[in-house]
Write a protein that binds this ligand. Structure first.
Ligand code: ZN
Length: 351
């Protein structure tokens, strides 16, 4: 558990918005190298680590990108306007501290907006949209901001350090999908340690949060026999959300996706569901079954590649997903890695 805690801290505190995953990729390459026979980065930036053995090939995919922002323009007073990368709930961005990753180095900023004192009573009742927010880096004017390296295209991430809560539960930014990245690394470690005879493509994908892009191209190139995506999923066990919105709970083990986005994203093929259920039963791993209305994952793009690739998702329940205070249980992560590794072990019986 300590090792997973350390690893997730490292990945959560590393920054990489969609299209700018190089820091995450570098770290992932270093971690996967000991368990791979071949490792490469493809033309779009996906990291592909290959373990060559017999049997059916399994693609494990976890996306390297996190939701973030990108600088759009700086006004004459030095305030920075931005576009959102990925599915932000605007209220989450209000009053956050951020890091701007400029060519000259990282600098801090805060997301400002109109203070309540200047609002009419009616205005106070309404949510503030991201388009009415801006980043204040402390610059005195446009030139000052430019001199600091803040120009269009500079990427921005939230400034939030990983921290521990009670009961092996931890909180931080971008557990979506760095927790999935760590789960994939841990699964590869187990596969290597147990000397499992299976061919695995472990892929760190790019640009998932903006349209499942890297998964699409990497799956096309690799054409695996079957695929499992390593992800997080919405936990429905806290105030404000009902069982009918999500039956998934923290600390009850990894979830396997039966269906997401109401069937418009992924419907896992019956043989994949059977494989995962039987494997979990055989190795006594508690799982949860995820039937979700909203959201989707890389598996949606992967399963429609070429002539079709049977796919599902193994995910860690996460509270407050797409916020800088996501909460997961490290034990769920560990069990998810165990399920991934065991699934690779049993794949030849099913495909
Ligand atoms: Zn994700």
């Amino acid at each position: 558990m300590e090792q997973l805690d350390k690893m997730l801290r490292l990945f959560s505190n590393t920054h990489g918005v969609s299209g700018y995953e190089s820091n995450v990729r570098q770290l992932l390459e270093e971690k996967l190298k000991p368990y791979s026979d071949e490792i490469r980065t493809d033309k779009l930036g996906n990291l592909i680590a290959i373990r060559k053995r017999g049997g059916p090939s399994v693609m494990i995919a976890a996306h390297m990108d996190e939701i973030g922002l990108m600088c759009k323009y700086v006004d004459e007073k030095g305030f920075v306007y931005f576009v959102k990368l990925g599915g932000w709930f605007d209220q989450t961005l209000h009053s956050q501290r951020v890091i701007l990753h400029t060519e000259k180095g990282d600098i801090y900023g805060v997301i400002g907006a109109k203070p309540p004192h200047a609002m009419k009573e009616e205005e106070k009742k309404k949510p503030v949209n991201a388009e009415d927010m801006f980043i204040d880096i402390g610059a005195k004017d446009e030139k000052d901001a430019q001199d600091l390296g803040v120009i269009p295209g500079v990427t921005v991430t939230l400034d939030r350090q990983y921290t521990s809560l009670a009961n092996n539960r931890v909180t931080g930014k971008c557990f979506d999908d760095r927790a999935g990245i760590v789960m994939m690394i841990e699964a590869m470690r187990l596969i290597h340690e147990r000397n499992i005879d299976a061919t695995v493509f472990a892929v760190g994908t790019v640009q998932e949060e903006v349209g499942l892009k890297g998964a699409r191209t990497s799956a096309f190139g690799l054409d695996p026999d079957v695929s499992l995506v390593s992800e997080v999923t919405v936990s429905g066990d806290h105030p404000g959300i009902e069982k009918k919105h999500s039956t998934i709970e923290l600390s009850k083990g990894p979830a396997i996706t039966i269906l997401d986005a109401g069937g418009r994203g992924l419907i896992a093929t019956e043989n994949v569901v059977k494989w995962l259920k039987e494997t979990a039963k055989e190795f006594d791993i508690q799982i949860q079954l995820d039937v979700a209305e909203g959201g989707t994952t890389d598996a949606t793009a992967i399963h429609l590649t070429k002539c079709g690739i049977p796919s599902s998702v193994i995910s860690i329940p996460s509270r407050y997903i797409h916020s800088p205070v996501e909460v997961i249980d490290l034990e769920d992560l560990q069990k998810g890695a165990e399920l991934l590794a065991r699934a690779v072990e049993t794949v030849s019986k099913h495909f």
